[in-house]
Design a protein around this ligand. Structure first.
Ligand SMILES: Nc1ncnc2c1ncn2[C@@H]1O[C@H](COP(=O)(O)OP(=O)(O)OP(=O)(O)O)[C@@H](O)[C@H]1O
Ligand SMILES: [Mg+2]
Length: 422
């Protein structure tokens, strides 16, 4: 049996709290069986890694792994998504379609936010769980499937049962084994460990020195409530990594990033906090835009050279660093999907909206993008100026280091210094 430590390493899970270890141990123990598992815990505690552990340590590991977010599929289409439909079953059903339970035959289905399933779907699910039988929507033919089910919820299912929103028999069938992930505030010993890991990840991602908390900041971090758990901790580590100039973070600095801390303070401070949060998001967006602009400039300059001299070895050699900068580290952006391919897991992307709605969102997106460009050009320049100034200050006026941090060439930085009269 794979050890808890090895599993944590394989799935990038940080922490050594006994409650976390017990949850992982349970996942390892049930993996070789076909027992249904219900993963419970607050939002952001890491529930999504449990079904992946179970699948990849089971005899189904070469079969399909499909994650379905039950809360994101409209009530009208969920039965058809899960169980498929016959041609002509409803308006628009022009072809027979196989559902996830048929596609995942021999594999594992992860039903995330299972508490959101509508009652009629719960009845169908109960039947699959009991004898592996289901029927496509609009069909009377009983089909068989062999699927292992892992479900997760962050709501209190007992409460839903009381309100008759969730079937009690389904709950017992799903939760043959219950794996509970503790909230972050109940595993205080892991908080700083996780923060250090995220800080080092973001330092690498943004090519900046790693932030470090002083002793008081560590205390504050460990005693915070962490309503959004690990997801919130990660977001805050990212914000601080990008926005703080000083790399040693004090409790005072940290306080500004902890949203629920202001709630007991006078209104004036709470207001200021709100504004701060908003501007933080803007600053991150500006940084992203700035990075994109600098990539675009690099591409422009490379294209010019290619047009002048053609795709010759000379051009490639002379511009090696530029080419590496533009195309260099694209591959390791998305660690998670890489890990999944490595494990030969197959995760289907679950469509969350109809193609029509997606098309509309797409056209809206561009419309929105155009609007933004018009309005924000001026302040984007201000922001760019500010970022350059801050970076130069941080590096005592050293252009090379500042250019590196900003992700632009020294020449571009020099041009901008002239342009802004710095
Ligand atoms: N032990 C851990 N070590 C490192 N990162 C973790 C750990 N647990 C969770 N994470 C990270 O925290 C984030 C939230 O985890 P996840 O998406 O699994 O939460 P969840 O419990 O499914 O929340 P929700 O109920 O809101 O869907 C993810 O980015 C995940 O990679
Ligand atoms: Mg989740």
């Amino acid at each position: 049996m794979e050890s808890i430590q090895a599993t944590k390493q394989r799935f990038g899970l940080i922490g050594d709290d006994p409650k976390l270890n017990r949850a992982i141990e349970k996942a390892i123990q049930v993996a070789p069986t076909d027992i249904s598992v219900l993963v419970t815990g607050e939002s952001g505690v890491g529930k999504e890694s449990i079904p992946k552990i179970i699948h990849s340590l089971s005899h189904r590991k070469h079969g399909k792994y499909i994650a379905v977010n039950c809360g994101a599929i409209p009530e009208g289409t969920i039965d058809s998504e899960l169980f498929g439909h016959e041609k002509g079953a409803f308006t628009g059903a022009t072809q027979t379609r196989n559902g996830y339970f048929e596609v995942a035959d021999g594999g594992t289905i992860f039903l995330d936010e299972v508490g959101e399933l509508p009652l009629p779907t719960q009845v169908r699910l109960l039947r699959v769980l009991e004898n592996g039988e289901f029927m496509k929507v609009g069909s009377s033919k009983v089909q068989k499937t062999n699927v292992r089910i892992v479900a997760a919820t962050n709501i209190d299912i007992q409460e839903s049962i009381k309100k008759e929103k969730f079937r009690e028999d389904l709950y017992y069938r799903l939760s043959t084994v219950d794996i509970h992930l503790p909230p972050l505030r109940d595993r205080k010993g892991d908080i700083h460990l996780l923060f250090r890991k995220f800080a080092s990840d973001f330092a690498l991602k943004y090519k900046m020195p790693t932030i470090k908390l002083d002793d008081d900041a560590v205390k504050l971090l460990e005693n915070h409530r962490w309503g959004g758990n690990i997801r919130q901790l990660r977001n805050i580590a990212e914000q601080i990594s990008v926005l703080e100039q000083e790399r040693v973070i004090t409790a005072e600095n940290l306080k500004e990033y902890l949203p629920d801390i202001g709630s007991n303070l006078p209104a004036v401070i709470a207001d200021k906090k709100k504004e701060g949060d908003f501007s933080n998001e803007r600053e991150i967006l500006y940084k992203v835009l700035f990075d994109m602009k600098s990539d675009l400039n690099d591409l422009k300059s490379l294209t010019m050279k290619l047009m002048e001299h053609g795709n010759s070895e000379k051009v490639r050699n002379e511009n090696e660093s530029l080419i590496n900068k533009i195309y260099g580290d694209e591959d390791d952006e998305d660690g998670e999907s890489e890990e999944l391919t490595a494990e030969k897991l197959e995760v289907l992307q679950i469509p969350q909206q109809s193609p029509k709605a997606a098309q509309k969102a797409e056209s809206d997106k561009y419309y929105f993008a155009e609007e933004i460009e018009e309005e924000e050009t001026l302040s984007l320049h201000d922001k760019e100026l500010e970022l350059i100034k801050k970076s130069l200050e941080r590096h005592n006026g050293k252009r090379k280091a500042a250019a590196e941090e900003l992700g632009i060439s020294e020449r571009t930085l020099y041009r901008k210094i002239k342009q802004y009269n710095l």
